[in-house]
Design a protein around this ligand. Structure first.
Ligand code: ASP
Length: 439
């Protein structure tokens, strides 16, 4: 029997009329039984998301001891949502309690989580469904990771015998019972946790776009929609900046092989994008599934003759970076050379220390740094079985007169990453897209 968990993002919660549309979507399909919601998002460009207003509340609370003033626009927003929905629901009392608890708790995570809490209270009312507070069923371990097993059990028992239930996304509680949020956009993970807990046949993620596009629509006009992609392709594309879905959302559903479907609240009949477990994935016939990238990386280039025969060379270099607490993105290497690619933001203020550390640790013949590098990943399962893909890729980049500074092919042959100048970023994405998808 079909059982769907539906997560509705911030734009799907933006105002009362949109929430009325969400109600229609849910009620049009009896298998849409469990709902996870985000905090209300932007209604128009320039508007401020409720979650951002809440972070503002916390800043005010720290300064003045109360969030009262900064809470006012949040109050107004929820009052108008309830009014637009024509609900007979005493939101003022809920808002009073919320404001008071924010002042008492004095916790940034607690404050930020209230957007989802209030959304879910409203949506539960609209649907006449049970409200399940994420603080009772979503748990983190002492080291801050999601405690999957404990959460799945608690959710399953909270929804037992319940026709329809609504849970706020984005938060749970830590090992001390204090409210803790996921990283930004984390309601997607909450939806996946619920999907896993109830063993859903499908996790529907409702947003404001009709699925994943093969590349960033701000760079290429109306790029093709990706009909289906695998969990692995999703990880690669989201990591590289395609931000339709939080990249960590697949972890809870992966073990249970639950597919995810990205759907558009504003065009519910559009097919969307289906994200499938890698073993159920059938390629749509495309060699490349998508192209994504990010700017602003630094490459530390290290050269030393006979590097490859010097035991422990790579370990020593990596320890220097590790000790500085900096994550590494890529490590392309040759016989006498290795490069380390690091996000420039992470390196800020630490570059000198790292260079000196590497010099002391391995005495390189030469060490230099190139900044303002953009990384562009071309992703697709089809690439591993298709001869000449990299030739086409590099030709396309060369024909656009772009100099490649670095190449890294993932060991799964699922992606090829190139590093180019930040200033060539858009041009390079356009060139790759037009080679594999036509212009
Ligand atoms: N409201 C949170 C954010 O803005 C979480 C979410 O929307 O998923 O990041």
């Amino acid at each position: 029997m079909s059982l769907k968990v539906c997560k509705f993002g911030g734009t799907s919660m933006a105002d009362g009329n949109i929430i009325a549309g969400v109600k229609k979507i849910i009620e049009s399909d009896a298998s849409r039984r469990f709902v996870v919601v985000s905090a209300p998002g932007k209604r128009f460009s320039g508007d401020i998301k409720i979650t951002d207003l809440l972070y503002g509340c916390f800043a005010e609370l720290k300064k003045s001891g109360t969030c009262k003033q900064a809470f006012a626009p949040i109050r107004a927003r929820f009052v108008s949502i309830v009014k637009e929905l024509g609900l007979d629901f005493d939101i003022q009392t809920v808002l009073d309690e919320t404001q008071q608890r924010i002042d008492e708790e004095r916790s940034e995570d607690f404050t930020a989580s209230r957007g989802e809490y209030l959304s879910a209270r409203v949506v539960a009312e609209v649907l006449g469904a049970k409200f399940i507070d994420a603080q009772d069923v979503v748990f983190f371990t002492a080291d801050g990771a999601l405690d999957g097993e404990k959460s799945y059990k608690a959710i399953a028992s909270a929804v037992a015998g319940c026709e329809r239930a609504v849970m706020p996304g984005f938060y749970g509680v830590d090992a001390d019972g204090k409210v803790k949020t996921f990283s930004r956009g984390g309601s997607d993970i909450s939806g996946a946790v619920v999907a896993r807990a109830v063993n859903a046949t499908l996790y529907e993620n409702w947003t404001d776009v009709s699925g994943f596009l093969a590349c960033d629509p701000r760079i290429v006009d109306s790029p093709k929609r990706i009909k289906s992609l695998s969990y692995k392709e999703l990880r690669e594309l989201s990591y590289m900046g395609a931000n339709v879905l939080h990249g960590d959302s697949i972890f809870p559903v992966r073990r249970a092989n639950i597919p995810i479907c990205i759907k558009n609240t504003f065009r519910p009949d559009d097919e969307g994008t289906l994200i499938l477990p890698s073993n159920r994935y059938v390629s749509g016939g495309n060699i490349v599934t998508g192209v994504a990238g990010k700017k602003n990386f630094s490459v530390i280039f290290i050269e030393k003759s006979h590097m490859n025969s010097e035991t422990g060379f790579v370990r020593k270099v990596l320890s220097v970076v590790e000790e500085a607490g900096i994550p590494i993105e890529h490590i392309p290497s040759g016989i006498d050379t290795m490069s380390i690619v690091i996000s420039s933001d992470a390196l800020e203020g630490k570059l000198e220390q790292i260079i000196e550390g590497i010099k002391t640790a391995v005495q390189p013949d030469n060490i230099r740094v190139t900044e303002n590098v953009a990384l562009i990943a071309t992703v697709g399962h089809g690439m591993s079985s298709s001869v000449g893909t990299s030739a086409r890729l590099f030709n396309a980049i060369a024909s656009a007169d772009i100099n490649i500074k670095m190449i890294d092919q993932g060991s799964s042959e699922l992606n090829i990453v190139v590093g180019v100048n930040d200033s060539d970023y858009e041009k390079c994405i356009k060139a790759i897209y037009s080679e594999f998808f036509g212009s």
